[in-house]
Design a protein around this ligand. Structure first.
Ligand SMILES: NC(=O)c1ccc[n+]([C@@H]2O[C@H](COP(=O)([O-])OP(=O)(O)OC[C@H]3O[C@@H](n4cnc5c(N)ncnc54)[C@H](O)[C@@H]3O)[C@@H](O)[C@H]2O)c1
Ligand SMILES: [Zn+2]
Length: 345
């Protein structure tokens, strides 16, 4: 994917003016949820030519086919045709689902993403993965398709709850851990309130774009982006069924601690580096209580559809900070060990 395709700017207004300066669309619709309608739409409304709005309820629970039906119906009622544009204004849910609806509507119309959460700016903004959840499986139905542009502005983060900021920060830390040791040192210089987000978004997007450009369809290298995510997703799914679900980045932070432990156990990562990573992550995300009795359910989530005869799962791990690898076989016993390790910290 060309790098100029994602425009990270402190002036979303001029980015939009640039975008529309040489394009004409028959109809423009902005897709929002109740939060982005309230906090983000006012920031851009004067910079978009005549438009309509489709609003959907926020949250992962609504990232499903029923909401798509509402979006496609709205697009149809508004008379959108193949020369129309959909603007997805919101977090990863709006971006993934709006992109999916646009790229299937009349066999595909133009769409742009304006990511408004830190997570969607540094992660969902790059790579062209679109889709929805289905029958309890995350991102089960979808496709690869790139938007005409991604316009990301840290101004939107001013209204984002701190917990959501921290969740997105986990992906920034992941990008440093898999590809850029020096960048981890830069991140460690600031606390969460003083991080220079514009720089971080640019740097993180560059790391992800480089990886995605080398392997767009995830046949090899792109798998390194899954660091922390095999254990992390299993933990995220487990907590969905508990009273207080974890945000994605909060679960990934635990996953990164477990998988750093596995990197020391199965690869050559040093204990010093392992401790450096886990202390940093615990300092930001705190320690989540997971009881021994829950481990089996977590492992069951992980091996659910990936397990082979030996109970092995393939993970992306670290040789050292900034140097990652993929397709490492991890046994159920090792995965269990990593949960005990987390519990003991
Ligand atoms: N396509 C990809 O490559 C990719 C990568 C990572 C994650 N994702 C997907 O992204 C989704 C998670 O994204 P997310 O964390 O952005 O969640 P989200 O879209 O649910 O947004 C989180 C919350 O923040 C609110 N919000 C958004 N912008 C705001 C703002 N500026 N001010 C105040 N509130 C605001 C939203 O309404 C929502 O309640 C998941 O569905 C995940 O699968 C996709
Ligand atoms: Zn993630």
């Amino acid at each position: 994917m060309p790098e100029n395709y994602v425009n990270i700017t402190e002036s979303i207004k001029s980015a939009l003016a640039d975008f529309f300066s040489n394009r004409h669309y028959s109809k423009i619709t902005i897709l929002v949820d109740e939060n982005t309608s309230r906090y983000c739409l006012p920031i851009i409304e004067s910079s978009v030519p005549t438009f309509n709005v489709i609003e959907i309820p926020s949250g992962e629970l609504n990232k499903n086919i029923d909401t798509c039906v509402d979006i496609w119906s709205g697009m149809t009622e508004l008379g959108m045709d193949r020369k129309s544009l959909l603007i997805n204004l919101g977090g990863g849910v709006i971006g993934d689902m709006g992109g999916f609806c646009a790229s299937t509507f009349k066999r595909g119309i133009h769409f742009i993403n304006i990511p408004t959460t830190l997570l969607s700016q540094v992660d969902a903004s790059v790579g062209g993965k679109l889709g929805i959840d289905f029958q309890g499986f995350k991102n089960h139905i979808g496709l690869f398709c790139n938007p005409e542009a991604v316009l990301a502005d840290p101004t939107f983060l001013r209204t984002l709850p701190e917990r959501e900021i921290r969740s997105g920060f986990a992906e920034i830390i992941k990008h440093a851990l898999i590809r850029d040791k020096e960048y981890l040192t830069v991140l460690m210089q600031y606390d969460i309130k003083t991080q220079p987000w514009l720089n971080h978004i640019r740097h993180s997007v560059k790391i992800k774009s480089d990886v995605v450009t080398a392997d767009p369809k995830e046949s090899g290298l792109r798998k390194i982006l899954n660091f922390g995510h095999t254990m992390g997703h299993a933990i995220e799914t487990h907590f969905l069924e508990k009273t207080g679900p974890l945000l994605h980045g909060e679960a990934i932070a635990i996953g990164m601690i477990c998988e750093t432990f596995l990197s020391t156990k199965l690869l050559k990562m040093s204990k010093e580096e392992m401790v450096r990573i886990q202390d940093y992550l615990i300092g930001i995300f705190g320690k989540v209580s997971i009881e021994k009795e829950e481990f089996e359910a977590i492992l069951e989530n992980m091996t659910h559809d990936k397990k082979n005869d030996n109970g092995l799962v393939k993970m992306s791990l670290l040789n050292s900070i900034g140097n990652s690898t993929y397709d490492i076989n991890v046994s159920k016993a090792d995965a269990l060990d990593s949960l005990f390790h987390y519990q003991k910290i």
